[in-house]
Write a protein that binds this ligand. Structure first.
Ligand SMILES: *[C@@H]1O[C@H](CO)[C@@H](O)[C@H](O)[C@H]1NC(C)=O
Ligand SMILES: *[C@@H]1O[C@H](CO)[C@@H](O)[C@H](O)[C@H]1NC(C)=O
Ligand SMILES: *[C@@H]1O[C@H](CO)[C@@H](O)[C@H](O)[C@H]1NC(C)=O
Ligand SMILES: *[C@@H]1O[C@H](CO)[C@@H](O)[C@H](O)[C@H]1NC(C)=O
Ligand SMILES: *[C@@H]1O[C@H](CO)[C@@H](O)[C@H](O)[C@H]1NC(C)=O
Length: 449
């Protein structure tokens, strides 16, 4: 092999080593990082998408090339794993699966672009914890990049782009012509040891990144973009998953930037798989909905969540915790700290009446438990209403604690905090909160102050 070609083949490994060094340097001195949760590693073997007939001209369909490459990686099963190198170019493709022990590497200038051929998009079964597609009964379209039951997978690169070309799907949603639930840009199910870093996601048809029934997932240093009027383009939705670390991401989309979930009503209660041990650090962005959301699908339970260093501008709701009667499950032990909001309709919203059921078989007596939420060191500027907390009458929210929370430039509401069916405490909160939270910061609160 000539020398230049050999150097090119070594490039991805060198890049990964460089990435690891940069990540280690960035981690130095930061209080909490994802480093260690999933080891970043180089791969012993590299394959190029072009070896499988891929053409990056933006017109040729590369579905077959991607599927064959993944098939080869799976069946060769090279010790140490294989890196699939996607060079600069626009690689139009339909949906494809990934496999274990592989890295999908998007070089600088590489764009993996989804075909807009919605009619021939593969369908997969609904998630058992949802009982149906999220927005239509029955199955759902497979995500553009999908993984089921796999492990040790890295998606990284040099800021290459995964482009969903979501417009056709958003229009079908707007015109109510969708037969099934729209595809995600990327979904992993029943998978572990996943790293997603240094790539751009844009214009997803639906939610962008959806790890469901997964563990040990790192999503780091990614950019996620979609227009503010694009429907349901959530950034990252960890769902019935544990040990998920989300840090140093910039997200600006048409729905929640990060939303932690765990299944829907009777289906989620039966499936009974919680989301736990999830941390979100250094998240920045903008959304007409929430910066960070928990729920509203939470029927498998959500607990042990740490959110810190969030910076949102021009956002609907800063922090949104949401559930409903019929959901069952719980939201427990949540700590949110160091949040900056610049321009928001509502600073903090915690409510038990979002509505929205999968069908009429839900049990209205299945009441969620919301207990142990600490929100501290929050500064909001130009926030129209500081807080709305609406618990559930027969299952009031408990131990909701606010500490060092300041909202400036509150203009539109005479009553800055509206609370019902909630108890807890508050210290150093401006404007002063509702009487339900009037007692000083108590030893019963979760987290440290
Ligand atoms: C993706 O993998 C699943 C099994 O994990 C399989 O059922 C499905 O046919 C695959 N789809 C494609 C398009 O390769
Ligand atoms: C973040 O990703 C960009 C490319 O997308 C890269 O240039 C930068 O080095 C990455 N930062 C870290 C800390 O890995
Ligand atoms: C990566 O691309 C995004 C989207 O184009 C851009 O906003 C971001 O600044 C880029 N990051 C780097 C490190 O070049
Ligand atoms: C609350 O969550 C934090 C963060 O995951 C964890 O360290 C702590 O042990 C949890 N506390 C309880 C009582 O479970
Ligand atoms: C209060 O929160 C702000 C951030 O909003 C932070 O800068 C400040 O240090 C906090 N004060 C205390 C006493 O923790």
């Amino acid at each position: 092999m000539e020398l230049s070609k050999m150097l090119l083949r070594l490039l991805p490994i060198l890049l990964i080593l460089q990435w690891a060094a940069a990540a280690a340097a960035a981690a130095d001195g930061e209080e909490e990082t994802c480093a260690g949760l999933v080891p970043m590693k180089g791969r012993a073997k590299t394959m190029w998408l072009t070896e499988f007939g891929g053409v990056g001209d933006g017109r040729t369909l590369n579905t077959k090339a991607f599927r064959e490459a993944v098939y080869r990686i799976e069946h060769i099963h090279h010790p140490g794993g294989t890196l699939l190198y996607v060079p600069a170019g626009v690689w139009l493709t339909g949906a494809f699966n990934l496999t274990s022990h592989m890295t999908l590497f998007l070089a600088k200038g590489a764009v993996i672009r989804a075909t807009q051929d919605a009619e021939n998009w593969p369908l997969i079964d609904p998630l058992p914890s949802y009982g149906r597609g999220r927005e239509a009964p029955g199955g759902r379209y497979m995500s553009l990049i999908h993984g089921d039951g796999i492990e040790d997978v890295i998606i990284t690169g040099e800021n290459g782009t995964i482009d969903g070309q979501g417009e056709v799907w958003w229009n079908m949603w707007r015109q109510k012509t969708l037969s099934f639930t729209r595809p995600h840009l990327m979904e992993f199910m029943h998978s572990r040891e996943i790293i997603i870093s240094n790539v751009v996601f844009q214009n997803s048809p639906f939610w962008n990144i959806h790890p469901v029934y997964c563990s040990n997932v790192v999503i780091k240093n990614v950019t996620i973009l979609a227009p503010h009027d694009s429907p349901n383009t959530d950034g990252i939705d960890p769902d019935s998953s544990s040990s998920v670390c989300i840090e140093d991401n910039y997200i600006s989309t048409g729905d929640d930037l990060v939303a932690i979930k765990s299944g829907w009503d009777e289906y989620g209660i039966t499936y009974n798989r919680p989301s736990t041990a999830i941390s979100i650090q250094r998240l920045a962005g903008s959304s007409p909905f929430a910066g960070v959301a928990i729920g509203s699908e939470m029927s498998g339970g959500i607990e042990n969540i740490v959110v810190q260093h969030v910076n949102v501008v021009d956002t609907g709701i800063g922090i949104h915790i949401k559930t409903n009667e019929g959901r069952g499950g719980y939201i427990k032990n949540i700590t949110v700290s160091d949040v900056n909001m610049n321009g928001a309709r509502l600073g903090i919203k915690i409510v038990g009446n979002v509505g929205d059921h999968p069908d009429d078989k839900f049990n209205p007596k299945a009441l969620p438990v919301v207990d142990g939420l600490t929100l501290k060191d929050i500064l909001g500027v130009d926030v129209k209403q500081p807080g709305l907390i609406r618990g559930i009458k027969n299952s009031p929210f408990t131990r909701v604690c606010l500490f060092n929370v300041t909202f400036e430039g509150v203009v539109e509401k005479e009553v800055p905090w509206e609370c019902t069916d909630v108890s807890g405490s508050s210290t150093e909160v401006q404007p002063s909160p509702c009487s339900e939270l009037a007692s000083p910061f108590g030893s019963f609160c979760v987290g440290e102050i």
